[in-house]
Design a protein around this ligand. Structure first.
Ligand SMILES: [Mn+2]
Length: 430
């Protein structure tokens, strides 16, 4: 088993940057102080911020056309945990891992839990998989799973979700995220209402099996692999299902699962208003479910989403506790580097949203001063909070310059020797 990156290597790398960081941090502190903001308070909030890494994200992703495996890819969940540990070592904001079953199923979950414990990692939401057939599986999901026309297929899909809850209990998780690939490719192929009714009937069985304190997150997706309609197509279908199921069911927003130009931050606001925001799968998107790195294309959109989240915190909305997770596919970058970068980009949006002058914004909204309302948001977005993020990492033993530290450690080259390419691996697009 590898031990991640040596702490001394990160410390050594940090000594090269700490002088410049302190200088930039002090300068930013002065700027923020003129605006009535305390940089130390913001740094503490950056230190407390967490975004979960998906186990499948540390393998090279792929497209519908091909997958080009990277060097030293993790071959199983134990090795995935090791890579996740490195991401957290560098970023210090990703101490949780979200597993996907059956990809990450093991015989001995206590062994897996101990393995993660050793790296200071814990487990976030469990994800079920009824979008592909597994070897030896009795019924096929070719025409759907939880909403399939056949009761036997639906029962099998429900049973798999119940198993996932059991695995989650063993790992210490308390959320099951359900995304189904069910849908249709041809107009008329599927009766919309009947398919949704069958889905609800199956989902009720999963919901009924939720342990106390658990939540069930419903992830919608507009298209792919079904290209004409999907059963849980949009946030409308998702919130309707969550309302039907009950208090413990919430909607999960994957940023890539909407039509282009949809106002996602407004959807987030609506879900918050009705107590139905479960959490996020952060990624970025140009055309569809592109699974690009979070904040790489639309950082302002991501900031505006966090503006809604921070607004809810500010207003102390009851029961507001969404879970944050990355869900990306890395095809041309090292997944560790992309996930470190992305986690920091999400953290950046959060910190920027904290420096929005909210009282002033409310004032501009109430007096219909559109220009100043917009400028208030832009002022926060345009502030470079990098020194806060770097200081939060540094103070927790992370890397001031995480990508440079990762490359300098030669971690990838080392694991490549121990992990011959399998060409396969449990990574994919979800
Ligand atoms: Mn997702």
């Amino acid at each position: 088993m590898n031990e991640g990156i040596k702490t001394s290597l990160i410390a050594e790398e940090n000594t090269r940057h700490v002088g410049a960081l302190q200088h930039d941090y002090d300068a930013l502190g002065e700027t923020l102080s003129r605006n009535g903001l305390d940089i130390e308070q913001l740094t503490k909030q950056a230190e407390a911020f967490e975004v979960t890494v998906p186990s499948w994200g540390v393998g090279t992703g792929g497209t519908r056309f091909a997958r080009f495996p990277g060097e030293g890819e993790p071959r199983n969940i134990f090795e995935k945990v090791e890579d996740c540990a490195v991401i957290n070592q560098l970023s210090r904001c990703t101490s949780r891992v979200s597993p996907h079953f059956p990809w990450d199923r093991v015989d001995d979950f206590s062994e897996l839990r101990q393995h993660a414990d050793r790296f200071g990692l814990s487990w976030d939401s469990v994800n079920s998989n009824t979008f592909q057939d597994q070897p030896g599986q009795e019924h096929s999901y070719k025409y759907g799973s939880l909403s399939h026309t056949s009761q036997a297929v639906r029962d099998q899909a429900v049973a798999h979700n119940l198993e996932c809850i059991e695995y989650g209990l063993e790992l210490g998780s308390n959320i099951i995220t359900v995304w189904i690939a069910d849908g249709s490719n041809h107009a008329g192929q599927q009766h919309f209402q009947r398919a949704f009714e069958r889905y609800l009937e199956s989902a009720r069985e999963i919901y009924a099996a939720l342990p106390d304190q658990w939540q069930m997150h419903l992830e919608h997706k507009m298209f792919e692999p079904a290209f004409y309609s999907t059963v849980i197509q949009d946030w409308g279908s998702s919130i309707l299902a969550a309302m039907e199921l009950g208090e413990k069911a919430r909607s999960l927003v994957d940023l890539g699962h909407h039509a282009p130009n949809v106002n996602i931050e407004m959807i987030v606001s609506r879900l918050i208003q009705f107590g139905k925001l479960g959490g996020f799968h952060f990624n970025d998107s140009k055309y569809g479910d592109d699974d690009l790195d979070a904040g790489s294309l639309h950082p302002y959109q991501q900031f505006l989403i966090f503006n809604e989240l921070t607004d809810a915190e500010y207003r102390q909305v009851e029961g507001f506790n969404p879970s944050y997770m990355l869900d990306q596919s890395h095809n041309v970058t090292d997944p560790v580097e992309s996930l470190v970068n992305s986690a920091i980009e999400v953290q950046r949006s959060y910190i920027k949203s904290l420096i929005v002058d909210r009282k002033a914004l409310y004032g501009y909204q109430d007096t219909n001063d559109a220009l100043m309302a917009s400028n208030t948001l832009k002022a926060a977005f345009n502030m470079d909070v990098s020194p806060i993020l770097a200081m939060a990492r540094f103070r927790q033993g992370g890397a001031i310059e995480p990508i440079a530290a990762f490359r300098g450690s030669k971690y990838r080259q080392q694991v490549a020797k121990a992990r011959p390419s399998t060409g396969g691996g449990g990574s994919g697009i979800v």
